[in-house]
Design a protein around this ligand. Structure first.
Ligand code: 1MF
Length: 211
């Protein structure tokens, strides 16, 4: 419960609103995100649990539509409700969601997109902005984050994650683990917040080939 409140507080942070020109605007997200949250909960915890989480988030019993846009708040509310219902920290839910997203999108019509982005973890991460540019060609309302890779070695790199949506660094940890599954690597990721002119989360990503 505390974490749910936490998420709402972060979401209402003034930095975000000023970044959007002062108005308390919402950047909607494509329903595909919420559909994936639903898929994760249903597959891991069953339909009854999903129904409780959906109701706790105050959402009607209606299917999400992938190409329709929903307020960010819907997604944050779902994560908060899942956290309360499952008794797990919001960060853990976000991380599991990140792992799930990589598989879900590869199987839900975006397999080619994912293939095009690269055949190794570092290649994929270097191409992430390009991947989003490609999605945006078809779905212009996409509000993607931006990723920058630096300090590459044979088994590590630094990933910077720039997003207007607060609090989602644990989701990126999950995305990295999901990409590890995809590329047969054990991935570990630590992050820290970097404030300043262009605030972001900085990840140290390390991996080794899976036996
Ligand atoms: O603004 C958005 O709606 C949005 C949705 C998804 C923005 C970004 C993303 C993808 N991103 C989710 C975390 C975003 C956190 C943030 O905003 O700071 C994950 C990016 C990612 C990272 C690692 C590996 C794979 C990743 O994603 C691959 C991907 C990205 C976007 C789509 C699919 C796969 C996508 C495809 C169609 C979409 C929306 C997103 O819209 C639809 C969906 C169905 C029908 C019509 C349009």
């Amino acid at each position: 419960m505390r974490l749910r409140v936490g998420l709402h507080e972060v979401r209402a942070a003034p930095a975000r609103d000023s970044a959007r020109g002062g108005a308390a605007t919402l950047t909607p997200m494509y329903g595909l995100i919420n559909k994936a949250v639903e898929g994760l909960v249903r597959s891991k915890f069953g339909d009854a649990t999903w129904d409780r989480i959906r109701a706790r988030a105050g959402l009607p019993d209606e299917p999400f539509i992938g190409m329709e846009q929903y307020p960010d708040k819907t997604t944050y509310d779902l994560v908060g409700a899942a956290s309360a219902e499952l008794g797990a920290p919001a960060a853990a839910i976000l991380e599991e969601f990140g792992v799930y997203w990589v598989k879900y999108t590869a199987e839900a019509g975006y397999g080619e997109l994912m293939k095009t982005a690269g055949r190794t973890l570092p290649e994929f991460l270097r191409n992430l902005d390009q991947l989003h540019t490609r999605v945006k060609l078809s779905f212009p309302h996409l509000a993607p984050p931006s990723f920058a890779v630096s300090d590459e070695t044979a088994s590590s790199l630094v990933l910077r994650y720039y997003s207007d949506r607060p609090g989602l660094a644990p989701l990126v940890v999950g995305l990295l683990r999901g990409l590890g599954d995809r590329f047969n690597a054990d991935v570990s990721a630590r992050f820290e917040r970097v404030e300043g002119e262009r605030p972001h989360d900085r990840f140290l990503v390390e991996w080794s080939a899976r036996a």
